[in-house]
Design a protein around this ligand. Sequence first.
Ligand SMILES: Nc1ncnc2c1ncn2[C@@H]1O[C@H](COP(=O)(O)OP(=O)(O)OP(=O)(O)O)[C@@H](O)[C@H]1O
Ligand SMILES: [Mg+2]
Length: 529
Amino acid sequence: MMKPLVFDNRFIRELPGDRITDNYTRQVSDCLWSAVQPTPVKQPSLLAYSAEVASLLGLSDEDMHDPDLVQTLGGNGALPGMFTYATRYGGHQFGNWAGQLGDGRAIYLGELVHQQRRFELQLKGAGETPYSRRADGRAVLRSSLREFLCSEAMHHLGIPTTRALSLVTTGEPVVRDMFYDGNPEFEPGAIVCRVAPSFIRFGHFELLASRNESALLKRFIGFTIDRDFAEWWPGTGLLLDVDNPGQGMIEAWFTEICARTAIMVAHWMRVGFVHGVMNTDNMSILGLTIDYGPYGWIDNFDPSWTPNTTDAQGRRYCYGRQPDIARWNLERLAEAFATLLPESNGLSQGLSHFDTVYFDALTSALAGKFGLDSWQAGDGEAINDIFELMQRAEVDQTLFFTHLRQLDISNPQLSVLQQAFYTEQGLQQFGDDIQAWLQRYSLRVQQSTLSAEQRQQRMSASNPVYVLRNYLAQEAIDLAAQGDNSRLLTLLQVLRQPYTEQAGMQQFAQKRPDWARNKAGCSMLSCSS
Ligand SMILES: Nc1ncnc2c1ncn2[C@@H]1O[C@H](COP(=O)(O)OP(=O)(O)OP(=O)(O)O)[C@@H](O)[C@H]1O
Ligand SMILES: [Mg+2]
């Protein structure tokens, strides 16, 4: 028998809910959540779970196979103490205000408390809610598997992220027109149980501000600081009035949100992660990576690359623009707060803080990647030069760094990097330039105070050997769709230690194979999920 889980559902206890309790699509006002039950499914079956997340929640391996828990994770019935609801948020999508969005397919199970830590649990793909607009409330296996694996991979890379407890197939088909080309197909349905201290998004605040619900906006800010920033705000020396947080508190808090967002994006840039849909409804107030949709990983270095086919034209959310977009999103959040603080210039100070924190985080990440002791004048220029060469020569970003680590500084040879080139032509055409750069780099490293061993250690800690390249996820999806979850489990295992070379796992540390270059799911992803 499973031990009872402890829930303490502050969100629904302390914040107003929707008075309408019927589940139909509508505009909702003057509240933050709507009670809604997950829609039951035919046959929930546990495909994979994260043992680390289970243990954070006080769940043993045995518990994870408990039929009652598996049913709950598939949306069939709640456990004692749970309360199920969807929240009301809005957002800027692709640069435009989109109005009310809300949890159209994510349904909360409540706030689980274990060992003094609080975790919100959510089922993504659990059925329609009042916020489902014209969609079905469901999620397909391919997108759920990608979310499950990548959130765990990101955590083990040391990147702030929402986590995933479980991946459950529903036994029910879901219809998707993957390329929006009039060819809908049945795909297996699935549900991920996500876990985070808070799933509150920028869009929650933006919607209240846009609807002039200012008393509720204030109260919600007070709630969020009190519940989700409990470790931060006492250190500010400011007093928190939960019902009416003061200007100084809101400004200080916004500055903190800016810092966290900057750190998150600097990490993305470090490992070559492209989120793909940085709409403000996909920005976490805690600075966690949230909503693993059409994300991707950089193979050949290219700042203009985006995995999202919907964004292929404008490239708003391409790799290189992520820091600017994060700042743009913070500006939208500042505008929402400014409806309460018309006289404030503290909000613009928060934005400047973003610039400072991002610069520091990025330069220290780059110093780590290149194995430098510190960031010095001239490093930026040298690093820009090699990034430009990598782009023109089509060099794999991940392999470049893991191989650069092996460079003999006293006798730098291009051959160390050979594996990282995608084409013979790139090697022929840019080989001499890159060789010259390696000489310049070696001189820089020789001036450094680090020993060879220290340099290599720094590089190992900053440069992952294993990342969830798009084609690796796709191979796991293709197998899982045939009922074989072995690759999924192997990847989950390998990605637990992404910075360490693991015996027999060499195949997961290769550059993207040629067949995957232009294949759907491998080089480009649709938003259909
Ligand atoms: N299949 C669906 N059914 C109902 N609503 C959906 C569906 N897919 C997306 N939405 C809603 O569309 C909006 C934008 O979607 P987006 O792709 O950013 O989110 P998402 O993938 O559902 O998940 P999340 O941000 O919760 O990880 C959100 O309000 C989302 O709930
Ligand atoms: Mg989303």
